[in-house]
Write a protein that binds this ligand. Structure first.
Ligand SMILES: CC(=O)[C@@H](O)[C@H](O)COP(=O)(O)O
Ligand SMILES: NCC(=O)COP(=O)(O)O
Length: 250
């Protein structure tokens, strides 16, 4: 089993939104990413639509349906009624629920599973009834008791929040300690039958150590670092570089 790469196009949308113009073109760049071997596309629509716009979702859904039927669409976000309706309309293969406040600049923590048991149970049930696999964003030190709630509410996977790991790009010892904590959380999740995804601030440089510690990660979703590299190497070559960093043979 190798780690799949889902390309998050939020940062591309943010660049597009600097002008009232349709480029960079999400559908065109999504196509290049999928042609280069990405397993799917990720979006994280926020209520203010500051990067991905709700109108982008059907365009990306159609790209996958028309040209890459084996690829997956992953929609991430806070489970408001509007978000659940967006998911119902756009039929993602996977929904990743994230406990974001609309005022947050970006995602910066996982779920408090015990405090949100009822919300998660209701939401996971609704999303699964619409046909999606559900993954729940989880801090890197989530306890077994909390992960039991993730399983009990019906989630199939967790997504490890790797922001603190990505943040220590200049401190190898700290990165090693955080990778170890992430690995232990991943093992706790696996012992309960939960699949493990990971994401936030992952890069070509920091992926290999994470994948070595947690070889059973099913998917990483990557946007910011991948988009930054695409400015240097182009989207297709960047996707190949990230796939190699995931341990894939390219
Ligand atoms: C859940 C997660 O870590 C990513 O979706 C991240 O939140 C990207 O969102 P932004 O592009 O808004 O920072
Ligand atoms: N789920 C994490 C994600 O989609 C991308 O996060 P980032 O690479 O933009 O930090």
């Amino acid at each position: 089993m190798s780690v799949s790469l889902s390309v998050n196009v939020n940062a591309i949308a943010m660049l597009r939104n600097r002008r009232d113009l349709p480029w960079p073109d999400l559908r065109a760049l999504g196509r290049i990413a999928l042609e280069a071997g990405a397993a799917g596309l990720t979006v994280h629509p926020r209520p203010d639509q500051r990067h991905i716009r709700f109108s982008d979702l059907p365009v990306l859904r159609a790209l996958i349906d028309d040209e890459f039927p084996h690829a997956e669409f992953n929609i991430e976000g806070y489970p408001s009624d509007d978000f659940i309706e967006l998911c119902r309309i756009n039929q993602p293969e996977q929904v990743t629920l994230v406990p974001d406040d609309p005022r947050q600049a970006t995602s910066d923590h996982g779920w408090d599973f015990l405090a949100n048991r009822a919300l998660l149970k209701d939401t996971v049930g609704r999303l699964k009834a619409d046909g999606a696999r559900v993954s729940l964003f989880a801090d890197g030190d989530t306890s077994l008791e909390a992960l039991e709630v993730a399983r009990e509410v019906g989630a199939e996977r967790i997504e490890l929040y790797t922001g603190p790991y990505g943040g220590c790009y200049d401190d190898a010892d700290r990165a090693k300690r955080i990778a170890e904590a992430l690995g232990q959380t991943a093992e706790r999740a696996r012992s309960l039958g939960l699949g493990v995804n990971a994401g936030h601030d992952l890069t070509v440089e920091n992926l290999p150590m994470l994948v070595k510690r947690i070889p059973f990660i099913e998917e990483v979703s990557i946007g910011h670092g991948l988009t930054a590299d695409a400015l240097i190497y182009g989207m297709a070559e960047t996707v190949r570089r990230f796939r190699r960093a995931c341990g894939q043979t390219v």
